[in-house]
Structures are given as structure tokens and as C-alpha cells.
Design a protein around this ligand. Structure first.
Ligand code: ADP
Ligand code: MG
Length: 695
């Protein structure tokens, strides 16, 4: 394979556009992409026609508007390029109108009441800032998805809006700091994706994996990840072949998958791409998840993206590496070489610190899901408490600035603090504190709380918006300032002083941190139903409206959809559990108890003096477990029956968390006990030991 030829070969990217579009059209489109200028319809027509010819040459027959409704997957509706003409023939057609706008049947996508109140249909609108690509013979056009009233029904629209908010506010600051030349600013993201690969045949023997993505039962294996021999271990040939094919498929789509390695848990792996704009990174991450799921069966695997497929084994997350870049190639979170650059860096740094401190609730909500609730705070992923890690070096610098002290750098040369002579911040001074939810890692922040199956859109919408909001305050102050340098310095000092409680460089997994965080007044929202009500607080509605990211209605609809999703997931899990218990687990225990009793009777017939202690003990234990399981199963059923149609989503979600989930846990623990004593040949599905061993 020729990597250079392969990479992006199925993407209608800048190189293809430059080569194929008339100069004028290319320039107009490029302005739209690079500077966010709006596009005129004639340009769209020319682009559509060129795109179609290119796609047909590459073997495409259909096109689709590719969008991201408020589920965590993407949606497509394929249309053929074919258009009948008089006389029975047909021509291949694709108009500017078809490129720019589509009308998918939107009724089956969640809208949280938005469509009901406004208009039944929705429409998709071309996003020229993310390149079109060919997947399975179909030209896929990245689009936003809105209702006719203009309300966002997807994850891309708010992401684009939040990037625009960030763009405006950062540029206000940069203009004041002497960069009038910068035309466009965008957040950049590199999401590291974790996943499990398990044997496909075993996967299909478990209803829980098929219907819920995670094991609802399973006794712990004798060898889990205690030995730490998996991380960066040798790749099994089958796994290596899978990764190779995923890489190739992604490269064709222009996704720069870069590193692939094993993760902490057995059968767990990670894929990291090279960062790009947050908009494209979000599209690419969706493609990555899709391709991984699709390639896995070819190698005899099922790819699990669930946050917690196996109890007692580390789950999967996503690390969202985030920074801000300018069209001139500056990374605004890169510590500079000169005092002026450093002042600018520190200003953006403290803006993020303030944003995270002020909006812990929104960051927590952006990673909230039923699946992710299993990880956050379980000592394997950052806790539900949001805090930030800066590392010793940067911490020392901030301390010195706060107290107007001289900062003594490593080589012990003394430097003055003050914007004119801020210390040169050494590169790569960051420790790797893996326990922190929000860590500064040299020239970017790494938000580590995302779940592996989630779209990264929400997290980036929140980061972009909250940082933009803080920067708009800074810009207000600076625009009114007489002495800009002095004001920058003042803002930096004040922000550190007022928001340093959010910084915690210690071990976030330690129980003592929970106490300490409470003393500091930091939020701790352990579960999704705890977190979501914060989304619609007045101050958050005001924030999102102020930055033009969500309207009040949009925010409310998202709140309802997320609560509803939470309930749906738990409901499916509870039903799957009941089915498995009724149809498989109880019969297996009965069969085994019967087998043991029958064989005991036979032995006694043969040797009447036998006491049959082991058999008696086993049958008694099995019978008690059977009764316990029956009882817990009834309790789970009752907790489901107790759900009342008149309850609102929040009340339902709380009931699921407090009653249904608790009953599920109680049932599981008895079943797991039974699994350990029932003859393995009779246990109705493969256990953890088998699932977590790749051959
Ligand atoms: P690590 O040692 O944690 O693997 P890397 O430097 O390899 O660190 O980066 C991890 C991820 O962060 C990669 O996806 C990388 O592309 C991304 N990344 C690097 N720089 C930036 C940036 N400026 N903005 C966003 N993401 C970035
Ligand atoms: Mg990382």
C-alpha cells in the first residue's frame, strides 16, 4: 500500500478541490471554509457538479446527507445520482440545491418535543467546513440537522455555533494583543478512543452484550488486569490485522489514525488520531467508531464501545485533547518564547481555569450517560468531581504570579514576574497525572472524562462555549482598559486568586479528595440524574443564549432527551436481565441441582452407608441461591412495574437509578455466585475468563 496515495483518497478535500474546481469557485469555497464567509448558490452548483463527477469516477452511485442526530450514532438517507430523462434514458445528476439542503424523514429521530411544537419535518444543511467523503459507494456530505423553525436537532449545529462563539471572542482578545491579522480561530481536538475486542462467536452467545453492549452478569475471572502485562504488550496477530485494516479504511477517509496500542484491561485497545478542528475531529471520531465496529467481524471479533462492558475490569473512555488554533498556525495554549507571548498564553490559560471552575456542572453533564456512570469515580477513570491538573512547574509559576513573587526556574535564575518579564515557561514540564479529569499537557488540555461510546460533540460544545464566555468578559475589560498590559496582568492575577480552588495536582482517585473537594465547594454529581437538572438552570440557559449556542427551547429539549435516553438504557438492561434469568439462568441452576441430586441418589443406592455431604451441601447452596434469585428477580420486576406513566423524565430517571438499578445489582450478585458453583458445561453463556482471553 502506498500511504501517500491511500490517505484521503476517498475525500473531496482541499487538494481535489484546488485541482478540479474553476479558480473562482475554489477561491469562494475556500473563503467559506477558511473564514466562515457564507456561500452563494452559484458556487454551490459548480461544487455539486464537480463533486458528483469525482464521486462517480471513484465508483459512487449514491449520495447522502450524513448527519448526527441526538443519538450517539450518525444517520444517512441514500439517494441515487440517477435521474430519468424523456425517452427512457437516465443521466447522473446532483444539483447545488441537493448539495446544500436535504429533507430526511426526521420523525424517527429524537427531538425532545421541539418538532412537535414547531414543525414535523427537519432539514439538513451542508457543512462545507468538513469534507465530503465516499463510504460504501455513497458520497457522504457532512450536514447539520435542524427543524424548520431553525432549532438544532443534532450535535453538529451547536458545535459549529460554539466554535463561532470562540472564534469571535478569541479574535477580540487577539486584536487587543496586537494580532489584527488573524481571521479565523477554531478549537482543535484529538480524541483518543478506547475499545474492547472480543471473540465474535462468544459475543453472539450473550444477549446482554447484543442488546446492551455490556455484560449484565459475570463472575470475576481468576486473572484480570492484576498482572499489568497487557498494556503496550505485544499485539496478537489477529488484533494487529484488525488494527491494520481499520487504519487503512480510516486513512482512505482522511482520518489520521496514528497510534494503536493495548490498554490497561485485557482485550482493551486504543486508537489515537492526529488532532484537527473540533468539527472535523467529531465527524472523524464518529467514522472511527463506525469503521471499528464494521471491520471487527472480518477478523472474528466484536468491537465493544460500551463504557463498562465488564464489571471489575477497567472500562473504556475517550481522552479529548483540546486547544485553540489560529488560521496563522498559532496554538494559543503553547507557552511562548518571549514575555509577551507568555502573557498571552497565561491569559488564555487562566481563561480556561476560570471557565472550568465556573462551569463544573456543564462539563460533568457533557460526559453524563448511563454507561459512563459506571466509570466516573470508580477508581479507574476521573471522578465525577471536575478539577484541573497543571503540573508542578506551571503551578509554581501561577503561585509566584499570584503572590507577586519572583519565580525561580529550574536552573535557579531569578526572574521578575509581571507581564513585561514573565518567566519563560519550559516546554513539556507536565507530569502525567492520569487521575485528573482536566489536565494541562504541555500545549493543550486533556478532558479525560468522556465515555467511549459518546459523540465528543457535547464535551467540545461546552468547552468552547464556557471559554468563549470567559474570554468575552476579559475582552470587555481589556477594551475598556487604559493600560492593556497592566490590565492583562491584573486579570491573570485576579483569575488565579479567585479560581485556584479548581486546581488539584494530587490523586483524584483517593477518597480524601472527595472530602477536600467538598471543603473547596466543588460540585460532586455522581450520576446522570444528579447532573442533568443543572443543564436547565437559569444561569446556564443565559450562558448558552448569550453565546448563541443553544436557545432555551433547545436546551430543554436536550435535557429531556438525555433523561429519556438514560431511562431507555436502564429499561432495556432490566428487561434483558429478566429474560436471561428466566430463560437461561434459572433453568441452568435447576438442571444442575437436579443432576447433582440424581447422581447422589444413585451413589447411595450403590453404597448405602455414604453420607453424601458434598452433594447435600451443593444442592442446598444451589437451592438457596435459586430462591434468592427468584426473590430478587421479582423485586426487579416490581421496581419496573412501579414506574408510573404520569411521572416526568426526571422522576423516572431517579426511580431507575435508585430502585431499578439497585435491584439489578442485587440480582446480579446472586447470579454471579451461582455461576461460580454451577458446572461450567451447564452455564448458559460464556463467562469472563473465556470472553477476556484472545486466542
Ligand atoms: P500522548 O503522549 O498523551 O499520547 P500526544 O502528543 O501523542 O500525547 O497527543 C495525544 C493526542 O492529543 C493526539 O490525538 C494528538 O493529536 C492530540 N493533540 C496534540 N496537540 C494538540 C492540539 N494542539 N490540539 C488538540 N489536540 C492535540
Ligand atoms: Mg492521553
Amino acid at each position: 500500500m502506498n500511504l501517500q496515495e491511500t490517505f484521503g483518497s476517498l475525500v473531496f478535500n482541499d487538494a481535489v478541490m484546488r485541482q478540479r474546481l474553476p479558480k473562482e469557485t475554489y477561491r469562494a469555497l475556500h473563503r467559506t471554509i477558511a473564514e466562515g464567509k457564507s456561500l452563494n448558490p452559484q458556487v454551490a452548483s459548480v461544487v455539486a457538479n464537480t463533486m458528483k463527477d469525482w464521486a462517480i469516477e471513484k465508483g459512487a452511485t449514491h449520495y447522502t446527507h450524513w448527519f448526527q442526530p441526538m443519538t450517539d450514532i450518525t444517520a444517512e438517507k441514500h439517494d441515487s445520482f440517477l435521474s430519468p430523462i424523456d425517452g427512457g434514458g437516465a443521466i447522473m445528476e446532483f444539483s447545488g440545491k441537493e448539495l446544500v439542503r436535504g429533507e430526511p424523514d426526521a420523525s424517527s429521530f429524537p427531538s425532545g418535543g421541539l418538532r412537535a411544537t414547531f414543525e414535523a419535518r427537519g432539514y439538513t444543511a451542508w457543512d462545507p467546513t468538513s469534507y465530503a467523503f465516499i463510504k460504501d459507494g455513497t458520497l457522504c456530505i457532512p450536514t447539520a440537522f435542524c427543524s424548520y423553525g431553525g432549532q438544532a436537532l443534532d450535535k453538529k449545529t451547536p458545535l459549529l455555533r460554539s466554535n463561532e462563539a470562540l472564534n469571535q471572542q478569541v479574535r477580540r482578545i487577539l486584536r487587543l494583543l496586537g494580532h489584527p491579522d488573524i481571521k479565523k480561530v477554531t478549537s482543535t481536538v484529538g480524541p483518543e478512543q478506547e475499545y474492547f475486542l472480543i471473540d465474535r462467536d462468544l459475543y453472539y452467545q450473550r444477549q446482554d452484550l447484543i442488546y446492551t453492549g455490556r455484560t449484565l452478569f459475570g463472575a470475576r475471572p481468576p486473572k484480570g488486569q492484576e498482572l499489568d502485562d497487557h498494556y503496550f504488550g505485544n499485539l496478537k496477530p489477529r488484533v494487529a490485522a484488525f488494527m491494520r485494516e481499520v487504519d487503512e479504511e480510516l486513512w482512505k477517509l482522511g482520518v489520521s489514525a496514528k497510534t494503536e496500542h493495548n490498554e490497561a484491561a485485557p482485550c482493551q485497545h486504543e486508537l489515537a488520531p492526529i488532532f484537527t478542528t473540533s468539527n472535523i475531529a467529531t465527524d472523524h471520531n464518529q467514522l472511527t467508531m463506525e469503521i471499528m465496529k464494521r471491520v471487527a467481524p472480518k477478523h472474528g471479533f466484536a468491537c465493544l464501545l460500551h463504557e463498562k462492558p465488564f464489571a471489575g475490569v477497567n472500562g473504556s473512555g475517550k481522552h479529548n485533547n483540546w486547544s485553540i488554533s489560529t488560521d496563522t498556525g498559532l496554538n494559543l495554549l503553547e507557552p511562548g518564547e518571549t514575555p509577551a507571548e507568555n502573557a498571552q498564553f497565561l491569559l488564555f490559560l487562566v481563561a480556561v481555569i476560570k471557565a472550568v471552575d465556573l462551569h463544573q456542572d456543564l462539563l460533568r453533564i457533557s460526559v453524563a450517560s448511563a454507561g459512563n456512570d459506571h466509570r466516573l469515580g470508580a477508581g479507574e477513570a476521573p471522578p465525577a468531581i471536575i478539577s484541573m491538573f497543571l503540573g508542578d512547574e506551571l503551578q509554581a509559576i501561577l503561585d509566584a504570579i499570584e503572590h507577586h513573587n519572583a519565580y525561580v526556574a529550574g536552573e535557579r535564575t531569578e526572574m521578575n514576574i509581571g507581564v513585561k518579564t514573565l518567566p519563560r515557561i519550559p516546554k513539556d514540564t507536565t507530569d502525567r497525572n492520569r487521575t485528573s479529569p482536566f489536565a494541562f499537557t504541555g500545549n493543550k488540555f486533556e478532558f479525560r472524562s468522556l465515555g467511549s461510546s459518546m459523540s465528543i460533540a457535547e464535551a467540545n460544545v461546552v468547552i468552547n462555549t464556557i471559554v468563549a464566555d470567559v474570554l468575552s468578559e476579559f475582552a470587555d475589560q481589556l477594551e475598556a482598559a487604559v493600560d492593556i498590559r497592566a490590565t492583562v496582568e491584573q486579570i491573570i492575577v485576579d483569575t488565579i486568586t479567585n479560581h485556584k480552588r479548581i486546581i488539584f495536582n494530587g490523586n483524584n482517585y483517593a477518597p480524601a479528595w472527595r472530602e477536600e473537594a467538598k471543603r473547596r465547594g466543588l460540585l460532586n454529581l455522581p450520576s446522570t440524574p444528579d447532573a442533568l437538572p443543572y443543564l436547565i438552570k437559569e444561569q446556564n440557559v443565559a450562558l448558552f443564549e448569550r453565546q448563541h449556542v443553544y436557545s432555551r427551547e433547545e436546551l430543554h429539549s436536550r435535557y429531556e432527551i438525555q433523561l429519556e435516553n438514560y431511562c431507555k438504557i436502564l429499561s432495556i438492561e432490566a428487561h434483558t436481565m429478566l429474560d436471561m434469568v428466566n430463560q437461561k439462568i434459572i433453568p441452568a441452576i435447576i438442571a444442575y441441582a437436579g443432576e447433582v441430586s440424581a447422581s447422589a441418589l444413585k451413589r447411595r443406592e450403590f453404597l448405602p452407608e455414604l453420607k453424601l455431604k458434598p452433594e447435600e451441601k451443593l444442592v442446598r447452596r444451589l437451592s438457596l441461591l435459586l430462591e434468592g434469585i427468584d426473590e430478587k428477580k421479582e423485586a426487579l420486576q416490581s421496581s419496573m412495574d412501579a414506574l408510573d406513566d404520569s411521572w416526568d423524565h426526571l422522576r423516572r430517571a431517579r426511580h431507575f437509578r435508585d430502585q431499578v438499578f439497585e435491584s439489578m445489582q442485587a440480582l446480579r450478585s446472586l447470579v454471579d455466585e451461582a455461576e461460580m458453583i454451577v458446572d461450567q458445561k451447564l452455564w448458559p453463556f460464556p463467562g469472563y475468563g473465556e470472553l477476556l482471553t484472545t486466542k
